[in-house]
Design a protein around this ligand. Structure first.
Ligand SMILES: N[C@@H](CCC(=O)N[C@@H](CS)C(=O)NCC(=O)O)C(=O)O
Length: 341
Protein backbone atom coordinates (compact mmCIF):
# COMPACT_ATOMS: atom_id res chain seq x y z
CA UNK A 1 0.00 0.00 0.00
CA UNK A 2 2.79 2.33 0.96
CA UNK A 3 4.58 1.60 -2.29
CA UNK A 4 1.46 2.28 -4.31
CA UNK A 5 0.97 5.64 -2.63
CA UNK A 6 4.54 6.57 -3.28
CA UNK A 7 4.35 5.70 -6.96
CA UNK A 8 1.11 7.67 -7.27
CA UNK A 9 2.86 10.68 -5.75
CA UNK A 10 5.80 10.32 -8.12
CA UNK A 11 3.37 10.01 -11.03
CA UNK A 12 1.62 13.19 -9.99
CA UNK A 13 4.93 15.03 -9.67
CA UNK A 14 6.03 13.87 -13.11
CA UNK A 15 2.70 14.94 -14.53
CA UNK A 16 2.98 18.34 -12.89
CA UNK A 17 6.43 18.79 -14.38
CA UNK A 18 5.31 17.57 -17.80
CA UNK A 19 2.33 19.87 -17.82
CA UNK A 20 4.25 22.94 -16.68
CA UNK A 21 5.34 25.65 -19.08
CA UNK A 22 8.95 24.57 -18.65
CA UNK A 23 8.20 21.01 -19.72
CA UNK A 24 10.88 18.77 -21.15
CA UNK A 25 8.89 18.09 -24.32
CA UNK A 26 9.38 21.49 -25.89
CA UNK A 27 9.21 20.29 -29.50
CA UNK A 28 5.84 18.62 -28.90
CA UNK A 29 4.59 21.70 -27.02
CA UNK A 30 5.76 24.01 -29.81
CA UNK A 31 4.09 21.84 -32.46
CA UNK A 32 0.88 21.74 -30.43
CA UNK A 33 0.66 25.49 -29.91
CA UNK A 34 1.69 26.18 -33.52
CA UNK A 35 4.52 28.68 -32.97
CA UNK A 36 7.94 29.16 -31.38
CA UNK A 37 8.04 31.64 -28.52
CA UNK A 38 11.36 33.40 -29.02
CA UNK A 39 13.05 35.69 -26.50
CA UNK A 40 14.80 38.53 -28.36
CA UNK A 41 16.42 41.88 -27.65
CA UNK A 42 14.07 44.70 -26.80
CA UNK A 43 15.52 46.72 -29.66
CA UNK A 44 19.03 46.51 -31.07
CA UNK A 45 19.31 47.70 -34.69
CA UNK A 46 20.38 44.82 -36.94
CA UNK A 47 19.87 42.15 -34.29
CA UNK A 48 16.25 42.46 -33.21
CA UNK A 49 13.90 45.34 -33.83
CA UNK A 50 10.21 45.70 -34.57
CA UNK A 51 9.22 47.99 -37.44
CA UNK A 52 6.32 50.48 -37.25
CA UNK A 53 3.79 47.70 -37.88
CA UNK A 54 5.34 45.48 -35.21
CA UNK A 55 7.13 43.10 -37.61
CA UNK A 56 10.35 41.92 -36.04
CA UNK A 57 13.56 41.81 -38.08
CA UNK A 58 17.25 41.23 -37.45
CA UNK A 59 20.01 38.67 -37.15
CA UNK A 60 18.72 37.13 -33.90
CA UNK A 61 15.13 37.35 -35.17
CA UNK A 62 16.11 35.44 -38.32
CA UNK A 63 17.39 32.66 -36.09
CA UNK A 64 13.92 32.40 -34.50
CA UNK A 65 12.47 32.30 -38.03
CA UNK A 66 14.97 29.59 -38.99
CA UNK A 67 13.79 27.41 -36.08
CA UNK A 68 10.14 28.02 -37.04
CA UNK A 69 11.02 27.04 -40.61
CA UNK A 70 12.68 23.83 -39.37
CA UNK A 71 9.66 22.89 -37.25
CA UNK A 72 6.74 24.18 -39.35
CA UNK A 73 8.20 24.92 -42.79
CA UNK A 74 7.04 28.48 -42.14
CA UNK A 75 9.28 31.34 -40.88
CA UNK A 76 6.29 33.36 -39.70
CA UNK A 77 5.29 30.88 -36.99
CA UNK A 78 7.09 32.81 -34.24
CA UNK A 79 5.94 34.99 -31.37
CA UNK A 80 8.48 37.39 -29.96
CA UNK A 81 9.14 38.32 -26.35
CA UNK A 82 11.38 41.40 -26.07
CA UNK A 83 13.69 40.98 -23.08
CA UNK A 84 16.11 43.26 -21.27
CA UNK A 85 19.53 42.00 -20.20
CA UNK A 86 18.24 41.25 -16.71
CA UNK A 87 14.85 39.75 -17.62
CA UNK A 88 16.09 37.31 -20.27
CA UNK A 89 17.24 34.53 -17.92
CA UNK A 90 14.12 34.23 -15.73
CA UNK A 91 12.05 34.26 -18.94
CA UNK A 92 13.89 31.21 -20.26
CA UNK A 93 14.02 29.44 -16.88
CA UNK A 94 10.28 29.80 -16.29
CA UNK A 95 9.29 28.57 -19.75
CA UNK A 96 7.92 31.93 -20.84
CA UNK A 97 10.08 31.51 -23.95
CA UNK A 98 11.17 28.35 -25.81
CA UNK A 99 14.51 29.81 -26.93
CA UNK A 100 16.59 32.82 -26.08
CA UNK A 101 17.99 34.28 -29.31
CA UNK A 102 19.34 37.52 -27.96
CA UNK A 103 23.03 38.49 -28.15
CA UNK A 104 23.69 36.22 -25.18
CA UNK A 105 27.20 35.11 -24.32
CA UNK A 106 27.82 31.43 -23.63
CA UNK A 107 29.56 31.27 -20.25
CA UNK A 108 30.04 28.49 -17.71
CA UNK A 109 27.78 30.22 -15.19
CA UNK A 110 24.89 30.35 -17.64
CA UNK A 111 25.57 26.79 -18.82
CA UNK A 112 25.61 25.40 -15.25
CA UNK A 113 24.24 27.53 -12.40
CA UNK A 114 21.51 29.17 -14.50
CA UNK A 115 20.44 25.85 -16.02
CA UNK A 116 20.82 26.51 -19.73
CA UNK A 117 22.37 24.74 -22.70
CA UNK A 118 24.38 26.39 -25.47
CA UNK A 119 26.04 24.63 -28.39
CA UNK A 120 26.08 26.74 -31.54
CA UNK A 121 27.79 30.13 -31.70
CA UNK A 122 25.92 32.28 -34.19
CA UNK A 123 28.21 35.30 -33.71
CA UNK A 124 31.76 35.35 -32.32
CA UNK A 125 32.02 38.70 -30.59
CA UNK A 126 34.17 40.48 -28.01
CA UNK A 127 33.74 43.46 -25.72
CA UNK A 128 34.84 46.85 -26.97
CA UNK A 129 34.77 50.55 -26.11
CA UNK A 130 33.20 53.52 -27.86
CA UNK A 131 34.32 57.11 -27.20
CA UNK A 132 33.79 60.58 -28.66
CA UNK A 133 36.40 61.32 -31.31
CA UNK A 134 36.93 64.65 -29.56
CA UNK A 135 38.35 62.86 -26.53
CA UNK A 136 41.48 62.19 -28.61
CA UNK A 137 42.00 58.73 -27.26
CA UNK A 138 43.49 56.02 -29.46
CA UNK A 139 43.50 53.10 -27.03
CA UNK A 140 41.52 51.85 -24.05
CA UNK A 141 44.75 52.05 -22.04
CA UNK A 142 44.39 55.85 -22.10
CA UNK A 143 41.03 55.71 -20.32
CA UNK A 144 42.23 56.06 -16.73
CA UNK A 145 39.76 58.09 -14.66
CA UNK A 146 36.99 57.82 -17.29
CA UNK A 147 33.27 57.56 -16.54
CA UNK A 148 32.16 54.34 -18.25
CA UNK A 149 28.53 53.61 -19.15
CA UNK A 150 27.58 49.96 -18.80
CA UNK A 151 24.37 47.93 -18.57
CA UNK A 152 23.59 45.74 -15.54
CA UNK A 153 22.85 42.03 -15.95
CA UNK A 154 25.50 41.51 -18.63
CA UNK A 155 28.93 39.89 -18.91
CA UNK A 156 30.10 43.42 -19.75
CA UNK A 157 30.17 44.65 -16.15
CA UNK A 158 32.60 42.00 -14.88
CA UNK A 159 34.86 42.19 -17.97
CA UNK A 160 35.09 45.94 -17.48
CA UNK A 161 36.08 45.61 -13.83
CA UNK A 162 38.65 42.89 -14.66
CA UNK A 163 40.21 44.87 -17.50
CA UNK A 164 40.69 48.07 -15.52
CA UNK A 165 42.00 46.14 -12.53
CA UNK A 166 44.41 44.06 -14.61
CA UNK A 167 45.78 47.23 -16.21
CA UNK A 168 45.88 49.17 -12.97
CA UNK A 169 43.54 51.87 -14.24
CA UNK A 170 40.92 53.80 -12.26
CA UNK A 171 37.42 54.24 -13.66
CA UNK A 172 33.99 55.36 -12.63
CA UNK A 173 31.27 52.86 -13.61
CA UNK A 174 27.89 54.39 -14.51
CA UNK A 175 25.51 51.43 -14.40
CA UNK A 176 21.89 51.28 -15.58
CA UNK A 177 19.40 48.48 -15.89
CA UNK A 178 17.67 49.71 -19.04
CA UNK A 179 19.35 50.06 -22.40
CA UNK A 180 17.61 53.40 -23.09
CA UNK A 181 19.13 54.79 -19.89
CA UNK A 182 22.65 53.72 -20.84
CA UNK A 183 22.22 55.17 -24.34
CA UNK A 184 20.84 58.47 -23.04
CA UNK A 185 23.60 58.82 -20.44
CA UNK A 186 26.32 58.26 -23.02
CA UNK A 187 24.72 60.45 -25.69
CA UNK A 188 24.25 63.34 -23.26
CA UNK A 189 27.93 63.23 -22.28
CA UNK A 190 27.45 61.91 -18.77
CA UNK A 191 29.91 59.11 -19.64
CA UNK A 192 33.18 59.35 -21.56
CA UNK A 193 33.01 55.75 -22.65
CA UNK A 194 30.33 53.21 -23.66
CA UNK A 195 31.28 49.58 -23.29
CA UNK A 196 29.46 46.47 -24.52
CA UNK A 197 29.85 43.74 -27.15
CA UNK A 198 31.51 45.25 -30.22
CA UNK A 199 28.51 44.25 -32.37
CA UNK A 200 26.30 46.15 -29.92
CA UNK A 201 28.51 49.23 -30.25
CA UNK A 202 28.19 49.20 -34.07
CA UNK A 203 24.45 49.00 -33.64
CA UNK A 204 24.12 51.58 -30.85
CA UNK A 205 26.37 54.11 -32.58
CA UNK A 206 23.77 54.38 -35.36
CA UNK A 207 21.16 55.51 -32.84
CA UNK A 208 23.24 58.37 -31.35
CA UNK A 209 22.49 62.00 -32.21
CA UNK A 210 25.69 62.30 -34.27
CA UNK A 211 27.11 58.85 -35.03
CA UNK A 212 30.09 60.32 -36.91
CA UNK A 213 31.37 61.97 -33.76
CA UNK A 214 32.02 58.60 -32.12
CA UNK A 215 34.62 55.91 -32.69
CA UNK A 216 35.16 52.35 -31.54
CA UNK A 217 38.58 51.72 -29.99
CA UNK A 218 40.69 48.84 -31.31
CA UNK A 219 40.87 46.79 -28.09
CA UNK A 220 38.71 43.71 -27.66
CA UNK A 221 38.88 42.81 -23.98
CA UNK A 222 36.90 39.56 -23.82
CA UNK A 223 35.48 36.59 -25.70
CA UNK A 224 31.73 36.89 -26.26
CA UNK A 225 30.52 33.83 -28.14
CA UNK A 226 26.87 34.70 -28.77
CA UNK A 227 24.33 32.02 -29.52
CA UNK A 228 20.90 30.59 -28.82
CA UNK A 229 20.20 29.16 -25.37
CA UNK A 230 17.58 26.64 -24.26
CA UNK A 231 16.71 25.10 -20.89
CA UNK A 232 18.63 22.07 -19.69
CA UNK A 233 16.79 18.75 -19.59
CA UNK A 234 15.36 18.63 -23.11
CA UNK A 235 17.90 17.07 -25.45
CA UNK A 236 15.52 16.86 -28.40
CA UNK A 237 14.76 20.58 -28.40
CA UNK A 238 18.43 21.34 -27.81
CA UNK A 239 19.21 19.25 -30.92
CA UNK A 240 16.56 21.00 -33.03
CA UNK A 241 17.90 24.44 -32.08
CA UNK A 242 21.58 23.50 -32.45
CA UNK A 243 21.14 21.73 -35.78
CA UNK A 244 19.13 24.63 -37.16
CA UNK A 245 22.17 26.83 -36.52
CA UNK A 246 24.46 24.19 -38.05
CA UNK A 247 22.17 23.89 -41.09
CA UNK A 248 22.61 27.62 -41.80
CA UNK A 249 26.41 27.29 -41.80
CA UNK A 250 26.43 23.99 -43.72
CA UNK A 251 24.24 25.57 -46.41
CA UNK A 252 26.80 28.34 -46.86
CA UNK A 253 29.53 25.68 -47.09
CA UNK A 254 27.57 23.93 -49.84
CA UNK A 255 26.78 27.16 -51.70
CA UNK A 256 23.06 26.65 -51.11
CA UNK A 257 21.15 29.94 -51.02
CA UNK A 258 17.54 31.01 -50.58
CA UNK A 259 17.45 31.61 -54.35
CA UNK A 260 18.95 28.30 -55.52
CA UNK A 261 17.68 25.88 -52.84
CA UNK A 262 14.97 24.40 -55.10
CA UNK A 263 17.44 23.73 -57.88
CA UNK A 264 19.95 22.30 -55.35
CA UNK A 265 17.43 19.63 -54.36
CA UNK A 266 18.32 17.94 -57.63
CA UNK A 267 22.08 18.41 -57.21
CA UNK A 268 24.21 15.46 -58.34
CA UNK A 269 26.07 15.75 -55.01
CA UNK A 270 24.57 13.12 -52.64
CA UNK A 271 25.73 15.12 -49.60
CA UNK A 272 23.64 18.11 -50.72
CA UNK A 273 20.65 15.92 -51.58
CA UNK A 274 20.82 14.26 -48.17
CA UNK A 275 21.06 17.67 -46.49
CA UNK A 276 17.99 18.92 -48.32
CA UNK A 277 16.02 15.72 -47.69
CA UNK A 278 15.78 14.66 -51.31
CA UNK A 279 17.75 11.40 -50.91
CA UNK A 280 15.09 8.68 -50.85
CA UNK A 281 16.38 6.69 -47.87
CA UNK A 282 17.24 9.57 -45.54
CA UNK A 283 15.99 9.66 -41.95
CA UNK A 284 18.02 12.71 -41.03
CA UNK A 285 15.04 14.93 -40.31
CA UNK A 286 12.71 12.37 -38.77
CA UNK A 287 15.45 11.31 -36.34
CA UNK A 288 15.42 14.92 -35.16
CA UNK A 289 11.64 14.87 -34.67
CA UNK A 290 11.11 16.93 -37.84
CA UNK A 291 10.48 16.21 -41.52
CA UNK A 292 13.36 15.18 -43.79
CA UNK A 293 13.22 18.47 -45.66
CA UNK A 294 13.71 20.55 -42.46
CA UNK A 295 17.05 21.99 -43.68
CA UNK A 296 15.50 22.82 -47.06
CA UNK A 297 12.79 24.71 -45.16
CA UNK A 298 15.36 26.60 -43.08
CA UNK A 299 17.23 27.85 -46.17
CA UNK A 300 14.00 28.52 -48.07
CA UNK A 301 12.77 30.50 -45.06
CA UNK A 302 15.78 32.68 -44.24
CA UNK A 303 18.73 31.84 -46.53
CA UNK A 304 22.13 30.51 -45.44
CA UNK A 305 24.29 31.88 -42.61
CA UNK A 306 26.15 34.32 -44.87
CA UNK A 307 22.91 35.66 -46.31
CA UNK A 308 21.43 36.17 -42.84
CA UNK A 309 24.63 37.93 -41.74
CA UNK A 310 24.99 40.24 -44.75
CA UNK A 311 21.31 41.21 -44.88
CA UNK A 312 20.99 42.17 -41.23
CA UNK A 313 24.37 43.32 -39.99
CA UNK A 314 26.84 43.05 -42.89
CA UNK A 315 27.30 44.84 -46.19
CA UNK A 316 23.58 44.82 -47.02
CA UNK A 317 22.78 46.69 -43.80
CA UNK A 318 23.64 50.09 -42.30
CA UNK A 319 25.92 48.37 -39.74
CA UNK A 320 28.40 47.11 -42.36
CA UNK A 321 30.07 44.67 -39.95
CA UNK A 322 32.86 42.62 -41.57
CA UNK A 323 32.55 38.83 -41.40
CA UNK A 324 35.93 38.63 -39.56
CA UNK A 325 35.86 35.67 -37.15
CA UNK A 326 32.37 34.91 -38.43
CA UNK A 327 33.59 34.00 -41.89
CA UNK A 328 33.43 30.31 -42.73
CA UNK A 329 36.33 28.15 -41.51
CA UNK A 330 37.28 27.65 -45.18
CA UNK A 331 37.49 31.43 -45.71
CA UNK A 332 39.69 32.46 -42.79
CA UNK A 333 37.03 32.57 -40.08
CA UNK A 334 35.93 30.13 -37.38
CA UNK A 335 32.32 29.43 -38.35
CA UNK A 336 32.33 25.65 -38.59
CA UNK A 337 29.40 23.26 -38.36
CA UNK A 338 29.43 19.48 -37.92
CA UNK A 339 28.18 17.51 -40.91
CA UNK A 340 24.54 16.63 -41.53
CA UNK A 341 24.88 12.94 -42.25
N1 LIG B 1 26.60 39.49 -24.60
C1 LIG B 1 26.47 40.11 -23.32
C2 LIG B 1 25.75 41.47 -23.40
C3 LIG B 1 24.34 41.33 -23.91
C4 LIG B 1 23.46 42.56 -23.68
O1 LIG B 1 22.41 42.44 -23.03
N2 LIG B 1 23.85 43.73 -24.22
C5 LIG B 1 23.10 44.93 -24.02
C6 LIG B 1 23.84 46.12 -24.62
S1 LIG B 1 24.15 45.97 -26.36
C7 LIG B 1 21.73 44.79 -24.63
O2 LIG B 1 21.56 44.14 -25.64
N3 LIG B 1 20.71 45.41 -24.01
C8 LIG B 1 19.37 45.43 -24.51
C9 LIG B 1 18.33 45.47 -23.42
O3 LIG B 1 18.64 45.20 -22.25
O4 LIG B 1 17.16 45.75 -23.73
C10 LIG B 1 25.74 39.19 -22.35
O5 LIG B 1 25.26 38.13 -22.79
O6 LIG B 1 25.66 39.51 -21.17
Amino acid sequence: MKIKLLSAAVGAAVFALGASAASAATLADVKAKGFVQCGVNSGLVGFAQPDASGNWAGFDVDFCKAVASAVFGDPTKVKYTPLSAKDRFPALQSGEVDILSRNTTWTINRDTALGFNFRAVTYYDGQGFMVRKGLNVKSALELSGAAVCVQAGTTTELNLADYFKANNLQYNPVVFEKLEEVNAAYDSGRCDVYTTDQSGLYSLRLTLKNPDEHMILPEIISKEPLGPAVRQGDDQWFDVVSWTAFALVNAEDFGITQANVDEMKNSPNPDIKRFLGSEADTKIGTDLGLTNDWAYNVIKGVGNYGEVFERNIGQGSPLKIERGLNALWSKGGIQYAPPVR
